[in-house]
Write a protein that binds this ligand. Structure first.
Ligand SMILES: Cc1cc2nc3c(=O)[nH]c(=O)nc-3n(C[C@H](O)[C@H](O)[C@H](O)COP(=O)(O)OP(=O)(O)OC[C@H]3O[C@@H](n4cnc5c(N)ncnc54)[C@H](O)[C@@H]3O)c2cc1C
Length: 381
């Protein structure tokens, strides 16, 4: 793996990145292909990452996190993604799933945070539904108050960790139509009425099964409401602002892995008696890949630093997610091209990288939705 020249805020951050590299090299890179082939979620590996202290990085120490700036968390994520996207995506989704309780959860709910941030409890974030993901404010899953509980009925779609999560953030309608009628509930996986469906047959991320979840008369104590009734949509969107930066960091790491592999291959592979990297057409392609990755990393860390300084960062997060994931799609496709026919077969990881990159353009708001966010900010200005 190419060593990246990084400017880090503290010495401790450097130690954390070293730890992430060591774990990624030892636990993720050598095991990824096997788990992918078996389509098995690496639950134990995520626990290992948690026990090493890398799951709660951006959350305050008093809540059980590591109190690290977002820019440090994202660079750890990038390192994990460069060894195996499934692990980094799991960390990113779990971090997203911890956000509602950590940001607005009452004292009672926060008692679970140390276990969430330590890797003992894995989270899922249930916003999308079969009839719509982009228009999340139109969701139809209902939570009806019944005495000291809410009763949830409806179906969520595409849920990462649907089969493996210990807790679910469920966004459901407790009021009228539109964003103001949505609330967030924290649901334990063991509660009767949660019915995960068969895993989807996805293009990539085979070791991270996703599926629909039906909620059938799911009874949740009223004190599991996260924040106030009717504030769920705002919580969901703020969580996604942060989550999108995680996806951008995953894209940077994945693209870096593709470039490193392709450049290594191009240095070894000879045609016409010459290493193919010395053909200008190919060398320039690799140069463009390296430049685009550096630009995406800079954009992502810029948005993270705005967040770390308490400045508005929503539009910058959308730009980072858009640019980094479009970049990863292009770079991983070019990496396949660099390997020629060998890039198209599963003997080399670039084939997997290209399949994995595609999903990053879709999740946590498609790239069309990111453009919408950016365009709206321009319209307001
Ligand atoms: C592997 C994977 C994991 C996922 N994990 C989760 C998860 O854990 N939790 C969760 O809640 N969701 C999850 N999702 C769902 C994901 O967030 C949605 O798929 C995504 O938001 C898009 O929603 P949709 O699929 O319903 O597409 P639609 O909203 O139907 O969009 C279809 C197309 O129309 C475009 N479009 C829609 N509206 C506009 C507009 N206004 N302007 C321009 N174009 C528009 C979209 O960009 C897209 O190209 C996951 C999805 C995948 C594939």
């Amino acid at each position: 793996m190419t060593s990246i020249e990084r400017v880090l805020p503290t010495e401790e951050a450097g130690d954390l990145l070293d730890l992430a590299t060591e774990i990624a090299d030892r636990e993720l890179a050598p095991k990824a292909a096997d788990y992918e082939a078996r389509r098995e979620f690496p639950r134990e590996l995520i626990r290992t990452i948690g026990r090493a202290g890398l799951l709660g990085l951006p959350y305050p120490e008093e809540l059980g996190g590591a109190g690290q700036p977002y820019e440090v968390y994202l660079q750890v994520l990038e390192i994990l993604a460069s060894r195996w996207l499934v692990a980094a995506e799991a960390v990113s989704v779990h971090t997203l799933a911890c956000y509602p309780v950590a940001s607005v959860g009452g004292e009672q709910l926060r008692k679970q945070l140390p276990d969430m941030l330590g890797g003992e409890l894995l989270g899922a974030y249930c916003l999308s539904e079969p009839q719509g993901g982009s228009d999340a404010a139109a969701l139809t899953t209902r939570a009806v108050r019944d005495g000291d509980a809410y009763v949830i009925d409806g179906t969520k779609a595409w849920i990462t960790h649907a089969h493996d999560a210990d807790f679910f953030n469920v966004f459901a309608r407790t009021g009228g139509p539109g964003p103001g009628g949505i609330s967030c509930l924290l649901v334990d996986a063991g509660t009767p009425g949660i019915v995960p469906q068969a895993p989807e047959r996805t293009m990539g991320l085979h070791a991270s099964p996703i599926s629909q979840i039906a909620f059938d008369g799911l009874r949740v104590p009223a004190d599991r409401l996260v924040g106030e009734e009717g504030t769920g949509f705002g919580i969901a969107m703020r969580a996604l602002d942060s989550g999108r930066l995680g996806i951008a960091a995953c894209a940077v790491g994945l693209a870096q892995a593709a470039l490193d592999y392709a450049a290594g291959y191009a240095r070894e592979r000879e045609q016409f008696g010459t290493p193919i990297i010395d053909f200008q057409g190919l060398g320039f392609m690799l140069a463009d890949m390296a430049t685009q990755i550096a630009a995406a990393r800079a954009l992502t860390l810029h948005a993270a630093r705005l967040r770390d300084h308490g400045r508005p960062y929503s539009t910058e997060a959308a730009k980072a997610k858009l640019f980094a994931t479009d970049m990863a799609m292009k770079v991983t496709t070019d990496a396949v091209q660099v390997l020629g026919g060998y890039g198209y077969v599963a003997d080399h990881p670039v084939e997997r990288y290209m399949r994995e990159a595609k999903v990053l353009q879709i999740v946590e708001g498609t790239n069309q939705i990111q453009r919408l966010v950016i365009a709206r900010s321009l319209a307001k200005a």
